[in-house]
Design a protein around this ligand. Structure first.
Ligand code: PEP
Ligand code: MG
Length: 834
């Protein structure tokens, strides 16, 4: 046991956080009552029955002290047994205190102690030991009697025994199974220790204005300066917090005078202590205090609870005031907390009516009426009615519906499924793989695992941060992109040593990327552009064209559309690099699969239905993700890439005429052989030369390869000889390295992870030891082929901590992730560099 003095040796890992903090308050000359700390080891001994000598323990507290014992775990979040106050109360002390402070106050103290001792130390039935309405001699007699009846012995009168029994019961409570599970859930190690602090009581009860309370100096919600807290006359411990009806506020209170008016000097002191805590403890603290005949006592101080938004505001303002260095502010914020600020969230206080749980695929929460098709979502948006698009899984045809919906829910798919990728890209909350939910299309209902039915038009909420689907619409918290947030990220950028770009397909995505200070676009998936507006129809005509000439004619109609898309994108991203990926998906994705769709298509093409059906069948593949897609399509039907290259270069020339400079990069998807690159490069170069000749302009561009097949990684050396950059597409690379379909893995992934087959879902967390090895090897071979080759990662993993750490280690130039992950990636990269 150690008396806490300014010079005592006190460590959070030996005596716990509370003991350490109390010592710091003592060092700051705050009026902290005499306190003795018991170390983790001492408490372990007590739990085994090896009790401390109570004479020595009580010596620092003088004659006839009243004491409190409080837990002091290493991290305050790990909890601990309830504090016990007023140890030392007995019949004699009670009689003496009646004379000093009056019967009521003395009796309240004794009653409280007997009650706490009975429930927490003697472990008697709490129902038998309520605090009585009246604190009088009769109630006290009744409670002492109840204790005797339950234990067959009178209430212990020896303060030493009271103290030792209290210590023993608290030490044992720490070893209980529930307490252990609770703290382990909060990250405590199995062998986490408990310290205890024994402190002289500041009574808070007695003659004159006595009481206790808590105060904090900034808002836990916003982090803005704001004095809040509660104070309650004639109270102890945290009563002012639990008994809201009797508590008064510190500054404004419509139920009576506030502490600021009641005891202005004390209030001023509390404000001054807050300032000292902030400057010297370098934190925003909540201070627990008591007031008695002897004035103000500071009993404890803990870091204030805070929302993510408040955490950012607090860290930035501490750094701006020179209290902590900027680097520390950057390190103090959990990057994942930022995504809470970028999206609306379900209010953490709101009650949740859970329908089903799925995979959290795109963060944020939104509510809306259930719709079951993309067309219904668009109709709903046209009526200004928020809706949630519920699909078994989404396909490119659903994109317009996804844009129109407030949120998306699918029954199938994992974190790299179509719905998840698009949801994240456009910032729409999305939950995928909610496989316990069923859709009854006939009755137009969804059926929850508990049998509850929700019809089209009923309101549900998608919480893409937690993966929960909720009935109705709980209270929400708005996104908060305030100046503190921007400042923190600027500081992060000052220390970061790897680039962060965004995956952006549309002008809206690009604007989001720009708002979040992405350093360019690292992946623009052009095929998404073909689903916009009336382009799908033209695209289908192109697919149905029999002859090269017919196809070229249709592509000529697509050209101005694509050119306009690129122009809009380039104008937003001016001064930066934009990496455009040439067409990637298999053509059948643009064709309908159901009867009605086929009939509509036949009508549109003015062709007989059987012929249309036959053409669609001919295009279908057994394994379309490994079939005619990406560069294979680009080589088999080169007119498509020709059109895209022309659109890109003409857009470059058009924006250049407006004085906008842009670095254009063209990326070839799904490459597996060097010759593919040679063939595409020859045609792209030819188109570039033609456009330069027509426009009488010269512009530079880079051509590179998306490394997403294992063979491309293995052959990176000769591929890099023809490529200025290599961008690793970790979605397909993971799929192909594992031989695991990214669209179907969701079905069994949780069982695989539970059984430890994979440590995590490899589509979610980059598999460093397998896929990572292939990337490292590809990067090294790429550099061997071209020493200045630009290296990047652009799959869904790219914004994660593991992937950024990996990319830094292998000296990659940048990562490219969905626009809403850009701030998270900027902060993560900075923290890794510090
Ligand atoms: C990839 O495969 O990692 C990638 C980024 O491309 P997509 O997700 O479009 O296949
Ligand atoms: Mg891919």
């Amino acid at each position: 046991m150690t008396l806490i003095t300014p010079t005592a040796r006190m460590h959070a890992s030996v005596h716990g956080g509370r003991a350490k903090c109390l010592q710091r308050l003592i060092r700051l000359d705050m009026p902290v009552p005499t306190t003795v700390a018991l170390s983790f080891d001492a408490v372990r001994e007590i739990a085994k029955g090896i009790l401390p000598d109570c004479k020595t323990l009580m010596a620092p507290f003088g004659d006839q002290p009243l004491l409190s014992v409080r837990p002091s775990s290493q991290d305050p979040d790990w909890g601990g047994p309830s504090a016990i106050l007023n140890i030392g109360m007995n019949d004699a002390r009670h009689a003496q205190m009646v004379g000093e402070m009056g019967e009521w106050a003395a009796t309240v103290l004794y009653l409280r102690f007997v009650q706490a001792y009975a429930v927490h130390v003697a472990r008697l039935d709490p129902d038998e030991f309520h605090m009585p309405q009246e604190a009088d001699a009769q109630s006290l007699r009744a409670m002492l009697k109840a204790y005797e009846l339950e234990t067959d012995e009178p209430f212990p009168q020896d303060p030493g025994r009271q103290l030792v029994e209290t210590l023993r019961s608290m030490a044992r409570a720490w070893d209980g199974t529930t307490a252990r599970l609770l703290r382990e859930a909060k990250g405590a190690p199995k062998d986490a220790g408990l310290g205890l602090v024994v402190q002289a009581m500041a009574l808070g009860v007695g003659a004159g204005e006595c009481g206790s309370g808590v105060i904090q100096y900034v808002s836990s919600t916003t982090g803005q300066p704001q004095v809040t807290g509660r104070y309650m006359s004639q109270s102890q411990g945290r009563e002012a917090l639990s008994n809201k009806a009797r508590a008064i506020y510190l500054t404004e209170d419509d139920r009576g005078p506030a502490l600021a008016e009641l005891l202005p000097d004390v209030f001023e002191n509390l404000l001054a202590y807050g300032d000292v805590c902030r400057r010297r403890l370098r934190e925003e603290m909540q201070v627990e205090f008591a007031i008695d005949w002897d004035g103000l006592h500071i009993l404890d101080a803990v870091r204030i609870q805070r929302s993510s938004r408040a955490a950012v505001r607090i860290a930035v303002s501490l750094a701006q005031d020179g209290i902590i260095p900027r680097e520390e502010a950057v390190l103090r914020i959990q990057p994942s907390a930022l995504s809470e600020l970028l999206h609306r969230q379900v209010d953490p206080e709101a009650s949740r009516d859970l329908i089903v749980r799925g995979i959290a695929a795109s963060p944020g929460a939104a509510a809306g009426k259930i719709v079951l098709t993309a067309a219904e979502a668009q109709a709903s948006a046209a009526r200004d009615e928020p809706c949630v698009l519920v699909r078994r899984e989404t396909t490119p045809e659903d994109i317009r519906g996804m844009h129109a919906a407030q949120a998306v829910l699918t029954m199938r798919g994992g974190v790299t499924s179509h719905a998840a990728v698009i949801g994240r890209g456009i910032g729409v909350p999305c939950v995928v793989g909610a496989s316990d939910l069923t859709i009854d299309r006939k009755k137009r209902q969804i059926i929850a695992p508990d049998g509850r039915k929700f019809s089209v038009g009923d309101v549900i909420t998608v919480d893409g941060t937690t993966g929960q689907i909720l009935a109705g619409e709980p209270a929400m918290q708005e996104a908060a992109l305030d100046t503190s947030f921007q400042t923190l990220l600027e500081w992060a950028d000052d220390v970061r040593d790897i680039g962060v770009r965004a995956n952006a397909d549309t002008p809206a995505d690009a604007q989001t990327a720009r708002n979040f200070a992405a350093e360019g676009i690292g992946l623009c998936r052009t095929e998404h552009m073909f689903f916009e507006g009336d382009r799908l129809g033209v695209m289908r005509e192109m697919i149905f064209a029999e002859e090269g000439a017919d196809r070229r004619a249709v592509l000529d109609r697509l050209l101005p559309m694509q050119r306009a898309d690129f122009q809009a994108l380039f104008e937003i991203m001016q001064g930066q690099s934009v990496c455009v990926r040439l067409f990637d998906p298999p053509l059948h994705e643009f064709l309908p699969s159901d009867k009605q769709g086929l009939r509509d298509l036949a009508e549109q093409m003015a062709l007989p239905l059987p012929e249309v059906t036959e053409r669609v069948d001919a295009l279908s593949e057994y394994n379309p993700m490994l079939g005619m897609r990406g560069v294979r399509l680009g080589i088999a039907i080169p007119e498509i890439y020709d059109m895209q290259a022309r659109a890109i270069f003409e857009a470059t020339a058009a924006v250049r005429r407006k004085g906008i400079e842009i670095t254009v990069e063209i990326m070839i998807p799904l490459v597996s052989a060097m010759r593919e690159v040679e063939l595409v490069r020859a045609r792209v170069d030819a188109v570039a030369n033609a456009v330069m000749a027509q426009t009488r302009m010269r512009f530079a561009y880079k051509l590179g390869v998306m490394v997403e097949t294992p063979r491309a990684a293995l052959r990176a050396q000769d591929i890099a000889e023809h490529s200025e950059f290599l961008s690793f597409g970790t979605n397909d690379l993971t799929q192909m390295t594992y031989g695991l379909s990214r669209d179907d893995a969701g079905r069994f992934m949780s069982s695989y992870v539970q059984q430890g087959v994979y440590p995590e879902d490899p589509f979610h967390t980059l598999d460093i030891e397998g896929v990572g090895e292939l990337i490292a090897l590809g990067a090294a071979r790429g550099r061997a082929g071209r020493s200045d080759v630009i290296l990047a990662v652009c799959g869904e993993h790219a914004g994660s901590r593991a992937a950024i750490a990996f990319c830094r280690e292998h000296k990659f130039d940048y990562v490219s992730c969905s626009p809403f992950r850009v701030p998270v990636a900027r902060l993560t990269a900075a923290q890794l560099a510090l």
